[in-house]
Design a protein around this ligand. Structure first.
Ligand SMILES: Nc1ncnc2c1ncn2[C@@H]1O[C@H](COP(=O)(O)OP(=O)(O)OP(=O)(O)O)[C@@H](O)[C@H]1O
Ligand SMILES: [Mg+2]
Length: 260
């Protein structure tokens, strides 16, 4: 063993096989290993169907593991944990509850102080740009607004680990850039550990300490790229020569896997 500190999220040789209704097996992930240190920001990029969402769901304890192991702080995952906030690829909001009441769900489940949670709920609505929508219902919001509500909900109980599955995919480019910077600010202020799936190479580099590039299905990590760009980062980071060089390198990976 080297003298490295134990990773907060330790994914070792993980496999995932799905059994279809007709009884055939589908290998979604194969031999995937990734160590995420506490307070690190790691992005996952890779072609559609390579198992990114599956991996996130396994870390969240929502999906069984077919082989290998995932531990958090040395403890094997057996089911959902309180210290994880999860943003799904498509926002899952309860249609019969208002936006504010949706955001308050984790606080209710964890029986947090209701007055403080209500204040935090309003603060989070402001953070994600949904002021004035507290009493609306999910079907009265656009897809991007629903996704922002889901992000606010994931932050409600201030989890140490945030797992985000293409959280900004449904947003327009300008809002997406603003949310990127906002997420960086939140992460810097609260030093959470974040694993975020994205299809955007620029987003991955802007946000991450490390980018894990997945192969096509069955997915495994084809390359792990360090992002040695100083923090705090800003919109200007995109014109940093290191940023541009890394973007080119990542793009060539995608082209290589598309051609494979
Ligand atoms: N519940 C399931 N039952 C059977 N197969 C599944 C299930 N969930 C995912 N799969 C399969 O596993 C593979 C990986 O799916 P996953 O959703 O993890 O991909 P992804 O990398 O997130 O793709 P995308 O970028 O399109 O979101 C796919 O081939 C998919 O068909
Ligand atoms: Mg997915």
């Amino acid at each position: 063993m080297s003298g490295e500190i134990r990773p907060l999220i330790d994914i070792r040789g993980v496999r995932k096989q799905f059994r279809s209704r007709s009884g055939t097996f589908l290998e979604a992930l194969t031999d995937t290993s990734l160590a995420v240190q506490s307070k690190q920001f790691v992005c996952i990029v890779g072609p559609s169907g390579c198992g990114k969402s599956t991996l996130l769901r396994m870390i969240a304890g929502l999906e069984t593991i077919s082989g290998g192991a995932i531990t958090i702080d040395g403890v094997p995952i057996t089911g959902p944990r309180r210290d994880i906030g999860l943003v799904f690829q498509s926002p899952v909001l309860l249609p019969w509850r208002t936006i504010l009441k949706n955001i308050l769900v984790p606080a209710e489940v964890l029986k947090l102080d209701s007055a403080a949670s209500l204040r935090r709920g309003h603060d989070l609505l402001h953070l994600v740009g949904l002021d004035g929508f507290a009493d609306r219902y999910p079907d009265e919001l656009s897809g991007g607004m629903r996704q922002r509500a889901a992000i606010a909900r994931a932050l409600m109980h201030d989890p140490a680990i945030l797992l985000m599955d293409e959280p900004f995919g449904a947003l327009d480019a300008l809002t997406r850039e603003a949310m990127n910077l906002e997420l960086l600010r939140i992460w810097q202020a609260s030093t959470k550990t974040v694993v975020l799936v994205t299809h955007s190479i620029e987003e991955a580099i802007l946000l991450s300490d490390k980018v894990a590039v997945f192969s096509p299905r069955p997915g495994f990590i084809r390359e792990l790229i360090d992002v040695p760009i100083a923090r705090p980062r800003s919109a200007a980071t995109r014109s940093d020569p290191v940023f541009i060089r890394l973007a080119e390198r990542l793009r060539s990976h995608f082209e290589a896997s598309a051609a494979a």
